[in-house]
Design a protein around this ligand. Sequence first.
Ligand SMILES: Cc1ncc(COP(=O)(O)O)c(C=O)c1O
Length: 369
Amino acid sequence: MKNGEFIPLMVPDIHPEDIDAVAMVLRSGMLVQGEKVAEFETNVSKYIGTKNAIAVSNGTSSLYLALIALGIGQGDEVIVPAFSFMATANAVELTGAKPVFVDISAETFNIDINLIEKAITRKTRAIMPVHEFGLACDINEIISIAEKHHLKVIEDAACALGAAENSQYTGTFGDIGSFSFHPRKAITSGEGGMLTTNDDRIAFKLRALRNHGIEINDGKSEFALAGYNFRMTDFQAALLLSQFARLNEIIDYKDKLAQVYFTELQDCNKLILPHVPQNKRHSWQSFHVVLHDDIDRDRLIIQLKGKGIGTNLGAQCMPFQKFFREKYKLNCSKLFPNAMKAYFKGLVLPLYGLLDENNIRYICNTIKD
Ligand SMILES: Cc1ncc(COP(=O)(O)O)c(C=O)c1O
C-alpha cells in the first residue's frame, strides 16, 4: 500500500491469474459443484493430510454440518470457548444442542484446557475448540480429554488453514475439521468452507448432507437423507485453487510482517502482544493485541481511522452477546474474565499480502503516538 493511502483492516490479495481461473469456469457454463470443487478438495486433503475434504458454502454451514453428521442435537451439550466469532456458538445452538462456554487462556486466546473437564456433564457429546486467529489450540491435550470422556472433537479451524502444532496441520486432529474462506482468511472465495475428516463414514454422510441428502452407492444415487444445499460453486473453487497454490508463501509473508509488529511494538507498555508457543505454526489470520485497562479501545479505533488505519475488535465473548445473554443468563465477568478482557480490550491490526514492512512501521508508530 502506498504512503498516505488508507490501510483497511483487510484487503483480499486476488491476483490476475485468480481472476482468469474464475473466468474460465464462467465461460465453461458448469457453475455449481463440479471438477474444480473436486480438485480443490483433493489439494486440501493432500496438503493437510486427511483422507477426506468436503467443500461447502461457508464456515458456518460447515460447523453446522459437522455437528449434524455426528448426530448432535436436542438435549446434547457441546463445549466451546467463550471467545470466538459468533458462528461457533450459533452452529451449536441451531442444532438444538446447548453450547457450554469455557474461558480462554489470556495468552493464546484459545480455550483454557484446564477448565474443560469441569464443564463436562452427562449430556456432553463433543468439544469444539477454535484455533483462534490462526494459532493452534492445545489440541493434543483436548483430544486426550475427549478420549477419556468418550467425546467427539470438531476443530473450528475457520481461521487456521496452514496452522500447525508439532508440524501436524489443524483440521487433522479431531473427528472433523472445519475451515472458512471468508475474505478475512488467508485464501478466499467470498463465501466458502471446507470439512476435513479421516473417517470415511462421516465423509460419506457429510457429502450427502451438503447436497440434498443424495447418497451415491455403486454409481447409483438416491435421496437417502433430508439434506441441505450447502454446496460450493465451481467458480469459487477455481478462485480458491489458484490462491491455494500460494498458501505457504502467503503465510510466510504474513509471518514476516508479524515479526515487524513484534519488533516495533515490543517496547510499547500499553499493549500485550500475541504469544506464539514454540511448537506451533501461526497462520496469522489476525494480529491480535490486548490493550491495557486504561486505554479506551473504541476511541483508539476511531483515532487510528482518522490516521488512515483500519482496525477492529477481534472476536466476541459469545455468552455476553444479546441472544446468549438473555437465554443462559451467565455471569460473564465472573465465569469468563479472559474472554471478557479480550472482547473489550482486544484489537486486530492490519496484516495481509498487499502491505509491506513500511506500512507496518507506520501503523506501529501511529499506535505508539
Ligand atoms: C472461528 C470462526 N468460526 C466460524 C466462522 C464462520 O465462517 P464463515 O464466515 O465462513 O461462515 C468464522 C468466521 O470468521 C470464525 O472466525
